[in-house]
Write a protein that binds this ligand. Structure first.
Ligand code: AMP
Length: 176
């Protein structure tokens, strides 16, 4: 676990003053640490009856697709507005400044699906909760959410757990 945390680089004041940006590109460039991410995540969820893994654009695509492939499961992309080519459903959510929208293909999931949501980091939880909403609107079940990094002071993990979602995180950083 500490190997994973040690590979993550922190860039102060990116993209705006006051944010400590947790840069996972330095994790991506370390194959042993990436294998550890995939193994820890796959082992944690392997007996939960998953039928697919949904990754949140863009960093959730990198680990989400590796985890899906490791578990021999389909990978489903949750994308920013206007990127998916077929018919979609959309979910708006609040950012620190302004709003954003996530989308999923309308035929990506159905009520027999049991979905693991993957992203690199959970902060306030807005992105993950919008993804949970999209999956529920397609009548699929959210089995849980997995993140490499938790920022516990921002409370996102607690918000997910308070709506009944099981959460796995692989390491945590203090502050924002
Ligand atoms: P939130 O919706 O507040 O939980 O924010 C989570 C999303 O924003 C994830 O997709 C992260 O990639 C990104 N994010 C938020 N805070 C940071 C941070 N300090 N460093 C890197 N990425 C972040």
């Amino acid at each position: 676990m500490s190997e994973i945390k040690d590979t993550i680089r922190t860039i102060p004041n990116f993209p705006i003053d006051g944010i400590m940006f947790r840069d996972v590109t330095t994790l991506y460039s370390n194959p042993n640490a990436m294998k550890e991410v995939v193994n820890l995540t796959a082992n944690f969820w392997e007996n939960e009856g998953l039928t697919c893994v949904a990754g949140i654009e863009a960093r959730g695509f990198v680990t989400g697709s590796l985890i899906a492939n490791y578990l021999s499961l389909p990978f489903i992309p949750i994308r920013k507005k206007g990127k998916l080519p077929h018919q979609t459903i959309s979910q708006d959510y609040d950012l620190e400044y302004g709003k954003a929208t996530l989308e999923i293909h309308i035929d990506a999931l159905n009520k027999s699906d049991n979905v693991l949501i993957v992203d690199d980091l959970i902060a306030t939880g807005g992105t993950a909760i919008a993804s949970v909403e999209l999956i529920k609107r397609l009548e699929a079940n959210v089995q849980g959410c997995s993140f490499i990094i938790d920022l516990p002071e921002l409370g996102g993990r607690k918000k997910l757990e308070n709506i009944g979602i099981k959460v796995q995180t692989l390491c945590a950083f203090e502050g924002h």
